[in-house]
Design a protein around this ligand. Structure first.
Ligand code: FUL
Length: 497
């Protein structure tokens, strides 16, 4: 098998496919921190402080579905150890709070609302627990597994369990906990085989910052080694073959041919962008939601950059999303709706001969197109009658055949026969949204200039301009570099402690 054949033989499992198809879902950080104003609770909070007076999970779900999010992940337990469900594992839970006289169960209410609104439900269960007396001992793994079991058996189908890698146990003077991740994973796979294991898990990769920034080229096929890195946050280490690689979760290039050629074991590992609508993850009255252009740039970068977007909306002390956030989210949804309101239907598609059942005509019907022959480049021309002003294209690869496109460009041919370049891109993967300047034309040429064997293009949708593209983010690249640097400094510091 050639190297390229090996790379494209790596494909998503069914949990990963479901997540990639969902594309956009919400995070809800809610718990004792909502009432104490902290981001990381100490674990010493009294359950009495948890008292949402108007908890309204229907409102969360109504907002989620209105803005096109497909699911919600709730912080069932954050680092403070306080449980939002009726657990039998610890008294540190809603059971000992005034919320619904100790009878309430936030996760149960959310499960029912999600059902009502057709949304998927996910849970965040922090491995780091500042309240559990057993933390730092082997008994903690039993305790954690009992919590997992309750969540996996009482709340219907979960689309994901989000395992947060954050740990500040040294701050509490506690011994470092060795998490039995293998046991956690096995329990999740056994009890809910369709549930994705995120973050420290094998199904979803953390994008590397919490600012909503993703790489220009996001790869799904990466060295298996990058999964170990999610659990062991070390800056630079040896892989199994003893090769010294400068490679970590924030590295810029995780999956180009140059990187893959240094390894011999690969996994499908799509990235998720987790970011909050406000500065903090929990609700703080003085923080403001991000501007609409900022939210749109995050959306285009993540959903349109081969990542999943996990956007956090923190409920306030009432237990509802703040009006200000809801208003902002509606404006955001409006802009998206207008951006994708007018699809251009091509009348002619000219492309290299396709495989049987995967020809260019099939492509027009949104079925996969794949050229019969491997070639150095592939030129696919779309034409329509009468010029239209277009400014964006959504391209998807059929990931059942892996991720293959490495470089492409979009251009248009003017009446004098000259070609004008509109967009130059690298990876496509599950979804690429290519935004370019509004251009009046009656054709677009999609040229794939580098590819791992032949491409499998599932769709190429062209949209008319609404002249409301967000302003380009300033210094995005610089910000990404700074985040990378600060992450590495953080890791170095924690390793010293
Ligand atoms: C981090 C946590 O420490 C934050 O509080 C938040 O939950 C974020 C999503 O993950 O690691």
């Amino acid at each position: 098998m050639s190297d390229l054949q090996r790379y494209v033989s790596v494909r998503p499992n069914s949990c990963q496919k479901r997540l990639e198809t969902m594309g956009f879902y919400l995070f809800v950080h809610f718990g004792v921190n909502t009432f104490t104003g902290r981001e990381w609770g100490t674990g010493k909070e009294s359950p009495i402080c948890f008292n949402p007076t108007e908890l309204d999970t229907d409102q969360w779900c109504a907002v989620a579905s209105e803005i096109g999010a497909k699911g919600i992940i709730l912080t069932a337990k954050h680092h403070d150890g306080f449980c939002l469900w009726q657990t039998e594992t610890t008294p540190h839970s809603v059971r000992n709070s005034p919320f619904r006289n100790g009878k309430g169960d936030v996760l149960k209410e959310l499960e029912q609302s999600c059902k009502k609104f057709g949304l998927a439900l996910g849970v965040y269960l922090s491995p780091w627990d500042r309240n559990a007396p057993s933390y730092g001992t082997e008994a903690y793994n039993d305790f954690y597994c009992r919590q997992l079991e309750e969540l996996l058996t009482r709340y219907g189908d979960l689309f994901t369990v989000w395992l947060d890698g954050a740990c500040g146990a040294h701050m509490d003077g506690k011994p470092v906990q060795t998490y039995d991740f293998a046991r956690y994973f096995e329990m999740i796979r056994t009890l809910q085989p369709e549930c994705a294991i995120s973050n420290c898990g094998p199904d979803v990769r953390w994008v590397g910052n919490e600012a909503g920034l993703c790489r220009a080229s996001e790869w799904n096929v990466v060295p298996r080694f990058s999964f170990d890195l999610q659990k062991v946050a070390e800056h630079s280490q040896q892989d199994e073959s003893g090769l010294k690689v400068d490679f970590d979760v924030v590295s810029e290039d995780l999956g180009s041919r140059a990187v893959l050629s240094q390894f011999d074991d690969f996994i499908w590992y799509p990235a998720e962008v987790d970011v909050s609508i406000r500065k903090g993850w929990f609700y703080h009255p003085l923080q403001r939601p991000k501007r609409v252009d900022h939210l749109l740039n995050i959306y285009y970068g993540a959903v349109g950059g081969n990542c999943m977007l996990l956007l956090n909306i923190p409920p306030d002390k009432r237990g509802k999303f703040a009006e200000r956030d809801v208003k902002r989210l509606k404006q955001f949804a409006n802009r998206l709706q207008s951006a994708f309101a007018n699809l251009v239907t091509p009348h002619r598609i000219d492309a290299p001969t396709g495989k049987p059942g995967m020809s260019a005509e099939d492509f027009a019907d949104e079925k996969t197109y794949s050229p019969a022959q491997v070639a150095p480049s592939y030129r696919i021309a779309f034409g329509w009658d009468g010029p239209k002003t277009v400014d964006k294209v959504v391209i998807t690869e059929n990931i059942d055949y892996s991720q293959r496109v490495e470089e492409f460009r979009i251009s248009t041919v003017t009446s004098d026969g000259s070609e004008t370049l509109l967009y130059r891109g690298t990876t496509i993967g599950h979804k690429k949204i290519a935004l370019f300047r509004p251009t009046r034309c009656d054709n677009l040429i999609f040229t794939i200039t580098a590819c791992r064997l032949e491409p499998y293009i599932e769709s190429f949708r062209i949209y008319e301009a609404d002249f409301r593209q967000p302003r380009k983010p300033l210094f995005a690249e610089l910000k990404r570099r700074l985040h990378r640097l600060s992450y590495r400094m953080f890791v170095k510091r924690t390793q010293k402690n």
